[in-house]
Design a protein around this ligand. Structure first.
Ligand code: ATP
Ligand code: MG
Length: 425
């Protein structure tokens, strides 16, 4: 691995302080004035070079967490074995990490397991060591507040300019250490419109099943980032292309493969495109609705099997919903506050064909989400056009709250920005 430091001076790059959060600049300057090295690092530097406004700003320094705390009143230390400093400015948190050696999956304390997975990581190190333990070259760039240059130890600058995700070191080894990196490769390339370098992409298909070793809670976090950050369609297609969909959502993948008309796939893509449009318009998006879309093919498949065994429709619907939820939550830890409304969205679908006790149905807390869902189904197959027209007429004649994917969930249930979720503490 080439670990020659390349310094890209201020006149050779486009990263401007105007695009950096004032709070991050404050932290960088304070560290620098106190005699420490201070760099903006990770996704923020990558995004700034690529011309994207970063969602959060991380700082790396040679100061220890205790030294950082001594400099900032608004600072708390988190993490047990590996300590990180959070400098808090109202709702914005600047994460300050001391350079560290060895590998990291962003989820906290690590130590190495027999099969190569890294399970503990708590050694301070040099900036070079800090660079190589990161995942992709594009994520290993350091913006130096001392002279506004970018320090590049592994060729990340050329990769960002060439719009490539390239794994640092041997890709297969790094995926074995932390299988979630396979999802990160797909997610970041979808978000940034980057390609995945050939030798970074090649091992994914055969290692995909290692994802099942990752903590279900981490996979849930990663799913929110994949599908609720405005690039859900690209993420979905990337997961399909690299064989990861069949591991994350196996029953959905099987149902899509056997659905010859393509209606199920059109429905899923329409749902994800709708989610992307809502994110672009700054409208709220709900994990319950998202997972209802992603697992609808699995639900339909399970329902058809149970009905094929002669089960009564209502019973088969409940059983199918439970079965799909159970299988999903073994892999992805979807919390109950999302899985229950997800099931309700499915179980309310037959209600639209009934056209009775309409006022009561419209007043149902999940009516709006279920109706949005029916409209997606109609986009994929014409069967539901009559129902959509009927309920649109009824609904538009009534006073109702403003549109939302989940009217009743209120502020508390709106997902936090997935990017701000840190599982390191
Ligand atoms: P975004 O914030 O757009 O989701 P990001 O690259 O900033 O992308 P974070 O999860 O915020 O992702 O991680 C910050 C940095 O930590 C990354 O840029 C990378 O350098 C490092 N990192 C995160 N996860 C891993 C991992 N699984 N393995 C190695 N390094 C990682
Ligand atoms: Mg980030």
């Amino acid at each position: 691995m080439n670990q020659q430091l390349r310094i890209i001076t201020r006149d050779q790059h486009t990263v401007s302080r105007k695009a950096i959060s004032p709070n991050a600049l404050r932290v960088l300057y304070r560290l620098h004035e106190a005699g420490h090295s201070a760099f903006l690092v990770g996704g923020a530097v990558r995004d700034l070079i690529a011309g994207i406004q970063p969602k959060d700003f991380d700082v790396a320094t040679d100061a220890t967490p205790e030294q950082v705390r001594a400099l900032f009143r608004n600072c708390r230390l988190i993490g047990r074995r590996f300590r990180l400093a959070h400098v808090v400015f109202g709702r914005e948190i600047i994460e300050v990490a001391t350079f560290r050696a060895s590998s990291d999956d962003g989820s906290g304390d690590r130590e190495v397991h027999d099969d190569g997975r890294v399970l503990r990581d708590n050694v301070y190190g040099s900036i070079e060591e800090d660079a190589v333990r990161r995942d992709f070259t594009a994520n290993a760039l350091y913006y130096n507040i001392a002279d506004f240059s970018i320090h590049d130890y592994i060729g990340g600058f050329d990769d960002v300019i060439g719009r490539r995700m390239r794994m640092i070191g041997d890709a297969e080894t790094r995926y074995r250490e932390d299988p979630v990196r396979m999802l990160r490769a797909v997610r970041l390339s979808s978000k940034l419109g980057f390609t995945i370098a050939d030798d970074t992409a090649a091992p994914i298909a055969s290692l995909a099943s290692l994802l099942l070793q990752a903590a279900p809670a981490r996979l849930f976090d990663e799913c929110l980032k994949l599908f609720l950050s405005g690039h859900a369609v690209a993420s979905f297609e990337g997961l399909e292309r690299h064989g990861l969909l069949a591991v994350l959502f196996p029953e959905t993948a099987k149902a899509l493969a056997s659905n010859r008309s393509g209606a199920l796939r059109r429905m899923v893509i329409a749902g994800l495109a709708g989610t992307d449009a809502r994110v672009a318009a700054d409208e709220p998006v709900s994990p319950a609705f998202l997972f209802a879309v992603l697992l609808w093919p699995a639900y339909c498949r399970s329902l058809a099997q149970l009905e094929g065994q002669g089960m009564h429709a209502a019973e088969a619907q409940r059983r199918a919903a439970d079965r799909v939820t159970l299988h999903l939550t073994q892999v992805v830890a979807l919390p109950r506050r999302f899985s229950l409304p997800m099931q309700e969205i499915w179980l309310l679908q037959p209600r639209f064909a009934q056209r009775k006790r309409t006022g009561r149905f419209i007043a149902h807390p999940r009516f709006r989400a279920a109706f949005d869902f029916l409209k997606l189904r109609e986009r994929a197959s014409p069967n539901h056009a009559g129902d959509v027209a009927y309920w649109t007429d009824l609904y538009s004649g009534m006073p109702h709250p403003p549109e939302s994917q989940d009217d009743d969930e209120g502020g508390e249930e709106q997902p936090r920005s997935p990017r701000r979720r840190r599982r390191r503490s």
